[in-house]
Design a binder for this molecule. Structure first.
Ligand code: RNT
Ligand code: ZN
Length: 422
């Protein structure tokens, strides 16, 4: 029996098993194929970007570690790597770009960036049928060396970053217009203190002022959606981060922006899965940065962990998928970077599939009738339902390698392409 035949047979058996629990696997697959994941460009080159003088990440509150060979060194290499990754991921997805990936002939300051500096990216996205999302780059820059950007007490520096944000929103709006799908433009700043501050108030007031200035201009929501991203602490901002969760949640509610919840930006026992239904009671839409926190790091490659499954389950159970933009945010320089994208993105899609296959009626019935014994027992039993058989079938239906077969493709690409890079 050929591999595809085996997968189809296993799928038929899985379909029957799920049907017994009132779940239609074909319907789950139909829903799954409509969920785009925004693939972050920065996994491909350790958040390096293509500015004239590559400043690296120092001082930015984030850090890529590892020295695996073969990282993308040019925009064309990065695009080729992303194309390779996308060719091995089922479904239609999006590209999430940072402002530092502009393509300019000569040095263009960040506050002078224009949509034309992203024309090649936009054309490429169009050719590949990808929507685009965008991010301001508020780190790895001389004007970020003090550790403060939009919340800086230095008015010239603060204004510089406000101009950068305004430039980014114009670029995002142009991306959305050109690709006929709204571009979620996210703002994350590293601002904070390594040690205990005595004034927690003034920087937050300055940040509010900057945000108000940045978001003054209104754009068509079909082109641009603004998002603000909170964080608990960063490297070098352990004691105080200006843009905390409370700060941005309040700002987003008051100003009707999207809130970006990065799953690596909270206390280790605090989970984003529990926050979705709270913030969605007050916000129209959210952006997710799906990541994996490990001890002090917030950016490990996403895996199919319990919390990822819980997050996906919340999106499905609450019917929030239409109001949620799912982006990824991790950067691991210690393994093959194309494989990192694939591991993380495939894990995210698997989690969504498992959520869509959940026999929710049974579970709700148990909960609503107060039968918590059945609820817990059922939650345990469904963990070993044959979701893997549905996943493999979904992969072959979408013409991408099922199981671990994508890895051989990545190794081939490594030998032929990435390993040859200087
Ligand atoms: C940093 C934020 C931010 C970055 C990217 C590169 O803690 O998560 O989203 O990771 O913008
Ligand atoms: Zn993030």
């Amino acid at each position: 029996m050929g591999d595809s035949k085996k997968i189809e047979t296993a799928y038929e058996a899985a379909k029957q098993r799920y049907a017994e629990l009132g779940v239609d696997t074909d319907v789950a697959i139909k829903k799954l194929e409509k969920i785009p994941i925004s693939l972050h460009c920065w996994q491909g080159d350790d958040v390096g970007g293509f500015e004239e003088k590559n400043q690296g990440l120092s001082g930015g509150g984030i850090m890529a570690t590892g020295a695996y060979p073969g990282k993308a060194g040019t925009p064309d290499q990065l695009r080729a790597d992303i194309e390779k990754a996308l060719s091995l991921i089922p479904g239609k997805h999006r590209l999430n770009l940072h402002a530092s990936y502009a393509e300019t002939n000569k040095k263009v300051e960040r506050d002078a960036l224009l949509p034309e500096h992203f024309a090649t990216w936009i054309d490429w996205a169009k050719q590949n049928g990808l929507g685009m999302d965008f991010n301001g780059t508020f780190f790895a820059h001389p004007n970020a060396e003090s550790g403060f950007t939009l919340a800086s007490a230095d008015e010239e520096i603060r204004k510089f970053w406000v101009r950068h944000a305004i430039a980014c929103r114009r670029i995002g709006a142009q991306m959305g217009k050109a690709l006929a799908t709204p571009c979620v433009t996210n703002m994350w700043i590293p601002d904070g203190y390594k040690d205990i501050p005595v004034d927690r108030k003034a920087p937050r007031q300055r940040l509010k002022k900057s945000l108000d200035e940045m978001f003054e201009q209104k754009f068509d929501k079909n082109h641009l959606l603004d998002a603000v991203e909170s964080k608990l602490f960063g490297i070098g901002s352990e004691c105080y981060v200006v843009g905390s969760h409370e700060f941005y949640l309040a700002y987003a509610v008051q100003n009707k922006t999207l809130l970006c919840l990065d799953t690596g930006h909270f206390h280790p026992t605090e989970v984003v899965s529990d926050k979705i239904s709270s913030v969605m009671t007050f916000l129209d839409e959210i952006l997710l940065h799906v990541s994996r926190g490990v001890r002090w790091d917030s950016d490990h490659v996403v895996i199919l962990a319990d919390e990822l499954k819980a997050l996906a389950a919340e999106l499905v159970r609450g019917d929030y998928l239409d109001r949620t933009h799912i982006g990824l945010d991790f950067f691991d320089a210690s393994i093959n970077r194309v494989a990192a994208w694939l591991i993380g993105t495939r894990a995210m899609i698997k989690a969504l599939l498992i959520a869509l296959l959940e026999p929710i009626q049974l579970l709700r019935q148990a909960e609503n009738s107060g039968d918590f014994t059945t609820r817990l027992a059922s939650l345990e039993e469904i963990k070993t339902l044959p979701a893997g058989a549905v996943w493999d079938y979904y992969c072959i239906k979408k013409n991408v390698p099922p199981q671990d077969k994508w890895l051989a493709e990545v190794k081939k690409y490594e030998m032929k392409v990435t390993a040859k890079r200087p």
